[in-house]
Ligand binder design. Structure first.
Ligand SMILES: [Zn+2]
Length: 88
């Protein structure tokens, strides 16, 4: 897995958490670098967002993200189970 630095102040549109990096959660592409249109899952609230052309994230349009995708559901489930004590 490789982390990719994001532009400053990439903010989750769901909870306001500021992301400074992204890491692929896809087993088939562990070193993938995010591109516009890719799905991001917030490490704080586990909600899916979509990268824009400027590598910000926005809420997905209705039906844009397949939340039944097994890989996506697994990643969201793991993130929901993280211990966030001490995370700001
Ligand atoms: Zn969030």
């Amino acid at each position: 897995m490789r982390s990719t630095e994001l532009p400053p102040n990439v903010t989750c549109p769901w909870c306001g958490y500021i992301h400074d990096a992204a890491t692929s959660a896809m087993r088939s592409k562990p070193d993938a670098v995010p591109e516009p249109g890719d799905v991001s899952i917030c490490l704080m609230c586990a909600q899916p967002s979509v990268y824009t052309e400027t590598m910000r994230v926005r809420k997905p349009w209705p039906g844009e993200v397949d939340i039944t995708d097994p890989e996506l559901r697994l990643a969201m489930s793991i993130i929901r189970g993280l211990d966030r004590r001490g995370v700001k």
